[in-house]
Design a protein around this ligand. Structure first.
Ligand code: FES
Length: 112
């Protein structure tokens, strides 16, 4: 069995960068809710964007932005809105994947 990752066959466009003016930004992909989040940039590591699922890993609630967090209304697990990592349940985090910017569009890699 190969240990190589599957080859990317392309990118899927999420939306034009200029259409998103604040983060986390709510988006729907294939009827599933997500947020585009922006990581906190630092001098040696500029900020980047990630796509995080809005589905809570506890029992499937849909998280909502509240101040600097994404909060699940079912049992109040909370997640940092710049990383997707839980702020009150150690080791838990929202599903997260990288976002690239191509020709002014937020995109995610699509593999076969
Ligand atoms: S389903 Fe989100 S905290 Fe329980």
């Amino acid at each position: 069995m190969s240990d190589q990752l599957p080859e990317s066959v392309g990118y899927r466009i999420i939306g034009h960068v200029d259409d998103f003016t604040s983060f986390p930004a709510s988006v729907t992909i294939d009827r599933d809710p997500y947020f585009i989040i922006q990581t906190t940039g630092q001098e040696d590591a500029p900020s980047e964007y990630k796509l995080v699922s809005a589905i809570c890993p506890h029992a499937g609630g849909v998280v909502r932005p509240w101040e600097n967090e994404l909060i699940c209304p079912l049992h109040y697990w909370s997640f940092d809105s710049t990383t997707g990592q839980s702020t009150n349940v150690p080791g838990e985090q929202l599903d997260c994947r990288p976002i690239q910017i191509h020709e002014g569009q937020f995109t995610i890699a699509v593999s076969s």
